[in-house]
Write a protein that binds this ligand. Structure first.
Ligand code: PEP
Ligand code: MG
Length: 324
């Protein structure tokens, strides 16, 4: 099986009826860059910048960050690299910036932290822009967005960072800006967000956890954490439809995209860009190549008509067997 998957690595991620799905990778560690050159990828869908921050003893300087980001952007150019601004809090902390809270997943996370410390965000934005000089593959992604004010504030800071660099004589273009859809509140603000940003990226890990109010690392309730929950499927389908209507590209970068069943469901909903950990690429590609878009779309309309997790799971597994 491994050799079969390997031989498929160089084949396009295309359904049997010719629909192409763009597969991207999630990165953070420099080693991933040297990954598997044979595997066809369409870029980096999520570069978790907190990873290099975690490997330092203090906040990396603007110069250090510029070097790290440049390596990432150059390593993948001309393919796009979606760099997410620092996403700490929740389960991710920096040894030199401890956050202690009773309820960290409902607390100071992602953009909330960096908007309270605009000096940290400004250094990071300037480093990203400097790193992108002469390349045009930088995209910037904001984690844990809940409200449009957060986006408006980041836009002002981004414009200021661009102006500061231009004043220094550095040629910078405004990169495409996107928001993570991972807090359920944004599902009801897609139109307002679409008028402010260029793309959406669904963070299914957090979106599912918050939609269902389930910590998947808590054994007592982790059985409830399932993308086949009707509410989760409806939310994901709604995002796909709305993004299409609003003409904003929506990709998925949570674990669901790297799961063959998840990938087929997402594809059937209309997602055309999936970003995953590199080791999942080959099995997702193989699953996509085995089915037709029509089959995936039919599966989605059939599951959306169901009302329970049990029925949904049953139907999905039955369909997967037929496709094996
Ligand atoms: C997500 O929440 O799905 C996501 C991709 O972000 P992270 O896993 O880094 O929280
Ligand atoms: Mg997340």
């Amino acid at each position: 099986l491994t050799s079969m998957l390997e031989s498929e690595q160089s084949l396009p991620s295309e359904t049997s009826d010719g629909f192409r799905i763009r597969l991207m990778i999630n990165t953070g560690l420099a080693v991933e860059m040297s990954g598997s050159p044979a595997a066809r990828i369409d870029g980096v869908g999520l570069y978790r910048t907190e990873v290099p921050f975690m490997m330092h003893q203090r906040f990396p300087s603007e110069k250090e960050q510029t070097r790290i980001y440049r390596e990432q952007l150059q390593g993948f150019a001309p393919l796009p690299v979606v760099m997410r601004t620092l996403d700490i809090g929740g389960d991710k902390s920096l040894p030199y910036f401890p956050i202690e809270e009773e309820n960290p997943f409902l607390g100071w996370r992602g953009i909330r932290v960096t908007l309270d410390h605009p000096e940290v965000l400004m250094v990071q934005l300037r480093a990203m822009l400097r790193a992108a000089e002469g390349l045009d593959n930088l995209r910037i992604l904001l984690p844990m967005v809940t409200s449009v004010e957060e986006v408006d504030t980041v836009c002002r800071l981004l414009d200021r960072a661009i102006q500061e660099l231009r004043d220094d004589g550095i040629q910078v273009e405004r990169p495409l800006l996107g928001v993570m859809l991972e807090v359920p509140a944004v599902i009801y603000q897609l139109e307002a967000l679409a008028s402010r940003v260029d793309f959406f990226s669904v963070g299914s890990n957090d979106l599912i956890q918050y939609l269902l109010a389930v910590d998947r690392n808590n054994a007592r309730v982790s059985g409830l954490y399932d993308a086949c929950q009707p509410a989760v499927l409806r939310a994901l389908d709604h995002i796909a439809r709305e993004s299409r209507r609003l003409n904003v590209s929506a990709s998925v970068c949570g674990e669901l995209a790297g799961d063959p069943i998840g990938a087929l469901l997402l594809m059937g909903m209309g997602y055309r860009v999936l970003s995953m950990n590199a080791p999942n690429l080959s099995r997702v590609r193989a699953a996509i190549r085995r089915v037709s878009m029509e089959g995936a779309q039919n599966l989605v309309s059939d599951v959306l008509a169901l009302h329970s997790l049990t029925e949904t799971r049953e139907l999905v597994y039955q369909r997967m067997k037929e496709w094996e």
